[in-house]
Design a protein around this ligand. Structure first.
Ligand SMILES: [Zn+2]
Length: 384
């Protein structure tokens, strides 16, 4: 019991810090932040004096949590080698913890600020659309549900910035998703402001003239003259996707759509051998499904998680019933994760205790060559 209260203080610290960084005025400090600071000051490691000023406290939060935070405060889902702040902003690890642990598991306390409550509401709005499509898929019209899911998800991934007329055009004929529901996942842009995005990691924010993405460890070089960095000029009705949706849908969706386009291209070049490439089959039970001319099926789920230990905990056997059946299954790891960590695949394989050995764990690059090899085998094998 005592331990769970302590990790609750850590949750308050994460939420309170995100509130503090998001508020325009410095004072008053958010209640949750004050609560967490009090709890910490009583139990912080004795070798480290509790900072006397807020700026001193924020500097401390840049350090790995294991160096200053009492170990019984740190929840097991948080990687203790990382800090809560990174170069003056909320760190990537803290952001992941907030969205993947606190928001996903409904662990936001009721006295969080409106800012954080808004994140919860946005998260819910997205979930409500998915649940509705899932019901249609299971109860009445799986084809229609699948078709609308594809329109919805790819629209969000491709359109970090949009306008209401573009939304109207894309969702004019959808039966289960309304234009208002999609519009609710976006917020209005401010006049006379410059907006930016990166082809590789999505929305960029500008601070002190420098551009920063949501995962600097995976995509960090955002010079304004880079070919993959783009500026969006303000126009009437310009909308920008909300933070939570960007994090949950757009960022992981970029490598998914990249691999999908590459496979679609291969399919068009070799339609007699690679018969079909399906994106998000079964309403995203996994990311891609391939059907070859020998009637074999491959199931693929793409992962873009920086830390192989963290990813390993999430890897389980892919669902393969009914139309989702497969002969081979793959977890494909984005190249940017592997480049950062040469032992990535070995570690993930070793640590993924729930993953059957028949499921392959490969890099994006290796996976593409496997598909090409499979097509070549079919061509020479003459199975068509
Ligand atoms: Zn980027």
């Amino acid at each position: 019991m005592a331990t769970s209260n302590k990790t609750e203080s850590f949750d308050y610290l994460v939420i309170g810090l995100q509130e503090f960084l998001g508020q325009k005025k410095k004072y008053p400090y958010p209640d949750l932040l004050r609560h967490a600071m009090n709890a910490l000051s009583l139990e912080m490691k004795q070798s480290i004096p509790f900072p006397k000023t807020m700026s001193g406290f924020l500097r401390l939060l840049e350090e790995p949590v294991k160096d200053w935070c009492p170990s019984n405060f740190i929840p097991e889902e948080f990687d203790r080698d990382f800090g809560l702040m990174d170069e003056g902003s909320f760190s990537e690890e803290a952001n992941d913890y907030l969205t993947e642990v606190l928001l996903d598991k409904g662990r936001i306390p009721k006295y969080a600020s409106t800012l954080v409550k808004q994140l919860v509401i946005d998260h819910l709005k997205f979930t409500i659309i998915l649940d509705k499509l899932r019901d249609v898929y299971n109860d009445s019209d799986p084809d229609k549900a699948q078709q609308e899911y594809l329109i919805f998800r790819t629209f969000l991934i491709k359109n970090k910035y949009t306008t209401i007329s573009q939304i109207r055009k894309a969702f004019l004929r959808t039966k289960h998703i309304s234009i208002e529901e999609v519009g609710d996942l976006y917020e209005e842009c401010q006049e006379n402001q410059n907006y930016w995005y990166c082809d590789r990691c999505g929305i960029l924010t500008e601070k002190y003239g420098r551009l920063k993405g949501i995962k600097p460890s995976l995509c960090g070089n955002h010079g304004k003259n880079q070919s993959y960095v783009h500026q969006v000029k303000w126009e009437t009705d310009l909308l920008c996707i909300k933070d939570g949706i960007h994090q949950r849908v757009c960022f992981p969706g970029i490598p998914e759509l990249n691999l999908y386009s590459a496979l679609e291209k291969l399919q068009k070049e070799h339609p007699d051998y690679l018969k079909e490439v399906k994106l998000y089959p079964g309403l995203d039970r996994y990311d891609l499904q391939l059907r070859f001319s020998d009637d074999s099926g491959w199931a693929i789920d793409i992962k873009d998680v920086r830390d192989p230990y963290k990813l390993a905990k999430k890897l389980t056997e892919l669902y393969g019933e009914g139309s989702l059946r497969y002969d081979e299954s793959f977890y494909v790891i984005s190249d940017r994760c592997i480049q950062k960590h040469p032992d990535y695949l070995e570690i993930a394989r070793k640590e993924a205790k729930k993953l059957p050995h028949t499921t392959h764990l490969v890099s994006d690059k290796v996976f593409r060559t496997r598909v090409v090899r499979k097509i070549a085998e079919l061509q020479t094998g003459g199975t068509v």
